[in-house]
Write a protein that binds this ligand. Structure first.
Ligand SMILES: [Zn+2]
Length: 174
């Protein structure tokens, strides 16, 4: 008699185990499907734009566009950018630590020398200089005409390390 009972119990246990494992499997599958749907939706929402040869996220492109056009002020200008320091080699033997705009050079200064078509105080962002933060035009230079720019460094060594770079400079138009 107890043998039959035992068999019934076993069947019952097996069935429960089966039901439980099926439910767990179902939820696991549901979670995987939900994850895939979410990932696809996120990817679809991103969108991409091309910037030259680079593939960039559309969100980045929009920010850059605002920076250059929507504000109506920042303009990209390709320039040949060299560097200088206050030394006699860079500024001649009468170097006095005062720029053409009468700015007295201070420790930690960051500014540029540009052509007179850019008024003193004009803001520029020179990639790789002053951690890409805007700097002002505070100086002129005999060789700095047209699309030429000279970025200022405290030491001659830093100026040498900069070298010559043909890069797009952002100019804030007044
Ligand atoms: Zn120098």
């Amino acid at each position: 008699m107890w043998k039959v009972d035992c068999r019934v119990k076993t069947v019952f246990t097996d069935k429960r185990t089966f039901v439980t494992s099926t439910a767990a499997g179902y939820f696991a599958l549901l979670a995987i499907v939900a994850a895939i749907v979410f990932a696809v939706a996120v990817e679809a929402g991103k969108g991409y734009a091309t910037n030259g040869s680079k593939m960039i996220l559309l969100s980045t492109a929009i920010i850059e566009q605002e920076h250059t056009t929507l504000a109506g002020q920042w303009e990209n200008v390709r320039m040949r950018v060299t560097a200088y320091c206050p030394c006699a080699k860079c500024c001649g033997e009468y170097a006095d630590g005062v720029t053409a705009s009468a700015h007295e050079i201070e420790p930690g200064d960051a500014f540029v020398a540009a052509d007179s078509r850019y008024a003193f105080g004009t803001e520029m962002v020179v990639p790789g200089y002053n951690t890409n933060r805007p700097v002002k035009v505070l100086d002129r230079g005999g060789a700095i005409k047209g699309s030429r720019l000279d970025v200022f460094f405290a030491t001659h060594q830093e100026a040498l390390e900069w070298g010559v770079r043909n890069i797009d400079v952002k100019v804030l138009r007044n």
